[in-house]
Each structure stands twice: as C-alpha cells, then as structure tokens.
Design a protein around this ligand. Sequence first.
Ligand SMILES: Cc1ncc(COP(=O)(O)O)c(C=O)c1O
Length: 335
Amino acid sequence: MRQSFPSEPALTRLGAIPRTELASVPTPLLAAPSLAAHLGAGVRISVKADDRTGLGLGGNKVRKLEYELAPERLRGVTELVTSGGPHSNHCRVVAAAAAQLGLRCTLVINGQPEDPTRGNACLHRLLGASIVTVPERQDRDPATEEEARRIGAAGGRALVVPLGASTPRGALGYVHAAVEMHRQLDSRARVWIFVCTSSGGTLGGLILGCALLGWPVRLVGVSADEPAAEAKDKAVGLALDAARLLGGKEIGDSVRTLADSVVTTDDFVGAGYGAATPAGDEAARIFGARTGLILDPVYTAKAAAAMIEWFRRGRVPTSDRVVFVHTGGHPALFR
Ligand SMILES: Cc1ncc(COP(=O)(O)O)c(C=O)c1O
C-alpha cells in the first residue's frame, strides 16, 4: 500500500523553512491493544500522543506555533497578540510561547469567565498574559487590531497570531506530524487517521503531509463545530495554500487526489461547539479505562466517539490499522 516519496524535494524544502523549536517532538505513538480488544475491532489501534507536545500543557497548537513564530517573524517583536474564547487552548499555548520567548502577551477574549477562573481561563492568567475582554466573538478582530495599534503607539511591536494558528504556515507543523507517524507506523497495512477539526490547520497539515509522502491514508476529520462540508473545504484550502509554500505544482495535484478520499463528519458536534455529548462522554470513559489516556469533552472525546462509531458499524476492515490523533485540550475538564 505504501508508496515511494514522490515529493522528496518538497520535504527537503520543509526542512529548510525556519521554525522556532517549541514542541517536544516526536511525540510517542502509543499502542492501544486493550481498547482494540474492548471494541472487538480486530484491528491495531495506536494513539499519536500530541497531547504531549509539552509547552504550556501541550496539544496541537504547539506544532503550529513553531512556524507562526519562526525567528524571522519575531524580529523586533515585543508582544504576541491573539484571540479566542474564555477557555481557548490556542490562547493558553500562545501565552506560554510568549513567556518562553521572553515576550509580552495580550489575549482578546470574548465573554467573561467565571470568578474565580478555572481551566484554561485560569491558565491564561497564570502564564502572565494581559486579558482584554470583549462582549461577542465578532468583536475580537477589531479589538485585536486595536491592541496591535496600541502596542505600536507605545513603541513596541506586536505580532498578531491568527485564530488557532491555522494559517498555511501553521499547517506545516502537521506536515511534520504526518512524517513522524509514517516513520513510527512503518506498516504496509492501510491506515486510517481520526482527528478532530475546527479551524482546519491540523487536518490541513495532515492532508498535505500524507500527500507529500504518497501515503494513501483514510483521513477522517471530526468537526467540533462546523458543518462537515465547510470543515473539509477549510482544511483542503489550507493544505493547498501550505503546499504553495513548499513550491511545485505537482504537490497541489497530490493534495487534491488525497483530498478526494478525506471524510469529514459533523455527526458528533451535538448541541454545538463546546457542548459535551453522551457519545463523547462514553468515548472518554472507554478511552480512560482502556488506554489510561484522558480525553477532553470539546474536541478529542468527539473525535474518539466517531472512531468508535466507525468500528461499531464495521467500517474499518480488520487488515487495516488505525491512528487516533490526540490533540490535547485537557484543561477543559477543569472548567
Ligand atoms: C484540543 C484541540 N483539538 C483539536 C483542535 C482542532 O484543531 P484545528 O483548529 O487545527 O482544526 C483544537 C483547536 O482549537 C483543539 O484545541
């Protein structure tokens, strides 16, 4: 099943794109035999433990920030500015990166957190970020621009990190993750990869990485919020834009070919973004008891619920292998 690397020059070019090392990588690929036995799947299941990327309690944002915060982009910068909800994992990791790099950090947050703060809201403050609160989601962008202007007027220089660090550049972090998994699996079996998707950079990077490797995986993106079609369009668009950073028209063609087989689902969103679901709660309990791994209710539990449903419906042949990408998010359990 595995093919040769058709785009080796592109992978070499990826190696030449500067990044700031923030993540503890490669993260382990953990075997989950007891989970597979419990699900009666007859399939080898592994977990790519990206909850262990380290910085600021880890998760998928750390890999993306390595490229967003590349050294040449940080030249002269005094402060990172970004935005998110009161319990944003992204804001937590940006604040941690700023602290590690000796920069200040402003977070533009919509909505008031509870008092005293808990979960990520507590960690945003513990990591030394200044918090600017705005009433609604749509108020975040203008307030972020205003903060960047304020910092400039005071003689500093702001780098605005876009939502979720899901830019073409940020998606390159997940090209690396795909390369790691390809090496770690070292298998001839067909591989399914289940991953949660929201702002699209994680899934987009995986699509590009697998396309570059000529690795015909079955990627399943489990939406945390948006309709499935929009989630797919966003991720594929990011993969194509990130491919341009690596040059070569043939890369875009292989992204499009792989994208045809990418499945996204919104069947596990439930009442909406952030709302726990019975299927997610069940998946988290199964994972906890059968792997010792902790899932969060907002992202990873929903992705795990999808994977379990795939098995229950017999959609994964026993000759295949399955990887569940654990993208982190643990603080949501303590909000
Ligand atoms: C824990 C966790 N998992 C998955 C995702 C989804 O990743 P992406 O935004 O790259 O689609 C996020 C994004 O916020 C997240 O915080």
